[in-house]
Design a binder for this molecule. Structure first.
Ligand code: PLP
Length: 394
C-alpha cells in the first residue's frame, strides 16, 4: 500500500487556515425550514429559488417517466440514450430561451467545460471575468486557447484585452449572475465591445434561469437582449428544481456540439425522469410568474433589512445576498453562531472567493415566509452585534 500521509498533512494545513469543509446533511426536501442534523433551521443557502424542488407536479412527472422509461438512460445521447422526453425538453428550452435549438448536458459544470474546449482552441482567445464560476475557470484551463482575465465587470479591462488581440477567434465568457457576488453582468456593454472587436459572447445563466427577466429566461431577457447572445448555458438544478443543464443557441451550434463536444458525447444521458422534471418545472415557472414576483419581493425585503442593520451587502442585486466579512475565521464563527440560532446561511471562503473576501451568503426563495425572513434578520442582528460586524445602534 502506498503512503497517503501527505493527505493528512494537507488536511491539517487546510484546518489551520480555517478553510476546512465538511458536508452537513439535510433531512428532507429543500424547503424554507429544514431539519439539519436533527434541528430545525431556516434554509438560506439553497438555489431552489422558485420552490420547485419538492413541487408535486415535478414529482408526479418524474414518477410517470420512471414507470414508462425506467431509471437510467443506459448510454450516452449519441448512442442509445435519447428518448422523446430528451427531445421534447430540448425543444421546450429552445422556445423558452428564444433560440433556434438547445442541447441537454449532464451538469452545468460539464456544459461549461464542453463549450469552452469545443468552441475555441489554439490560436484563439478566451476573455473571462475574474469572478466567473469555477467550471468556466476549469474550461479555460482545458481549452488550448490563450486566456485573458478581466477585472470583475470592468469594461475598460475587458476592452484592453480585446484591443491587443490578433487571434483567430475571440470569445468573451461571463456569468449572468455571479454566484458568490450576487451581481449581474453588464451584458449590453459586453455586447457592444464584442461587436466592436469581433468577439463571440457566452453567458452562464446558472443563477439567472427562472430568476432574471419577466419570463425567467435569464440575463439576456433581463436586458431586453433576447436573441442577441450567441452562446447561452444554464442549469436545470437551481431555480428549475431538478438536475442537469442546457446549452441554447443556433442550430449549427447545437449540431456542432453533438458532433464534437466531448463532455456531451462521452457521458451517460440524463435519466428520462430528470428530463420529465425539467419539463414540468418549465411549465410551472411559465404558468406561475407569481413565484418569481415573490422571490424578488423576498429579496428586496431581506437585503433592505440587512442594510438597515448596517451589514455590507456589497454589489449583490439578485436573490443572492452577500454579507461581506473578510476574515475566514470570523466568517465561519458568524456561520456557526447563526446556525446555533437556527439560521443556515453558508459562510463562503477562498478559493470560492478572492483572498480576504470571505462572506456569508444568504439565498432567498419564493417560498420563504415573512416570518422566516424576519426571524433570520433578527438572528443576523444578534450575531452581527456579538461579533461587532455591525455597531448595534441602528
Ligand atoms: C452552479 C453553477 C454551475 C454548475 O451547474 P451544475 O448544473 O450545478 O453543474 C455553473 N455555473 C455557475 C455560475 C453556477 O453557479
Amino acid at each position: 500500500m502506498g503512503d497517503l500521509a501527505f493527505l493528512t498533512t494537507a488536511l491539517e494545513a487546510i484546518k489551520g487556515r480555517d478553510l476546512y469543509r465538511r458536508l452537513r446533511s439535510i433531512q428532507g426536501a429543500q424547503t424554507p425550514r429544514v431539519r439539519l442534523e436533527g434541528r430545525e433551521v431556516v434554509l438560506l443557502c439553497s438555489n431552489n429559488y422558485l420552490g420547485l424542488a419538492d413541487h408535486p407536479a415535478l414529482q408526479e412527472a418524474a414518477i410517470l417517466a420512471l414507470e414508462r422509461y425506467g431509471c437510467g438512460a443506459g448510454a450516452s445521447r449519441s448512442v442509445s440514450g435519447t428518448t422523446e422526453l430528451h427531445k421534447e425538453l430540448e425543444e421546450r428550452i429552445a422556445r423558452f430561451k428564444g433560440c433556434e435549438a438547445a442541447l441537454l448536458m449532464s451538469t452545468g459544470y460539464m456544459a461549461n467545460i464542453g463549450l469552452l474546449t469545443t468552441l475555441v482552441g489554439e490560436g484563439d482567445l478566451i476573455v473571462s471575468d475574474e469572478l466567473n464560476h469555477a467550471s468556466i475557470v476549469d474550461g479555460c484551463r482545458l481549452a488550448r486557447a490563450e486566456v485573458g482575465v478581466y477585472r470583475h465587470r470592468a469594461m475598460d479591462s475587458l476592452e484592453a484585452l480585446l484591443k491587443r488581440s490578433s487571434h483567430r477567434r475571440r470569445l468573451i465568457v461571463t456569468d449572468g449572475v455571479f454566484s458568490t457576488e450576487g451581481a449581474i453582468a453588464p451584458l449590453p456593454e459586453i455586447r457592444k465591445l464584442a461587436d466592436q472587436y469581433g468577439a463571440l459572447v457566452m453567458v452562464d445563466d446558472a443563477h439567472a434561469t427562472g430568476v432574471l427577466g419577466p419570463k425567467g429566461q435569464g440575463t439576456a431577457e433581463h436586458f431586453g437582449m433576447t436573441g442577441r447572445i450567441e452562446i447561452q448555458m444554464g442549469t436545470l438544478g437551481k431555480a428549475l428544481g431538478g438536475f442537469g443543464a442546457y446549452v441554447a443557441g443556433t442550430q449549427d451550434l447545437i449540431d456542432y456540439l453533438i458532433n464534437c463536444c466531448r463532455t456531451f458525447m462521452y457521458t451517460t444521458a440524463l435519466p428520462p425522469a430528470v428530463a420529465a422534471m425539467a419539463l414540468a418545472a418549465l411549465e410551472i415557472q411559465e404558468k406561475e410568474p407569481q413565484r418569481r414576483t415573490r422571490l424578488w419581493e423576498n429579496t428586496a425585503y431581506f437585503r433592505k433589512g440587512l442594510r438597515k442593520l448596517g451589514f455590507d451587502t456589497g454589489k449583490s442585486e439578485t436573490p443572492i445576498c452577500t454579507v461581506l466579512i473578510g476574515d475566514n475565521a470570523l466568517t465561519m464563527e458568524a456561520d456557526r453562531r447563526l446556525m446555533a440560532r437556527g439560521v443556515f446561511a453558508q459562510g463562503i471562503r477562498p478559493p470560492s472567493v478572492p483572498p480576504q473576501g470571505a462572506r456569508l451568503r444568504a439565498t432567498l426563495m419564493a417560498t420563504h415566509t415573512g416570518e422566516d425572513l424576519a426571524y433570520a434578520l433578527d438572528c443576523f442582528q444578534k450575531v452581527g452585534e456579538e461579533l461587532a460586524l455591525i455597531s448595534g445602534e441602528q
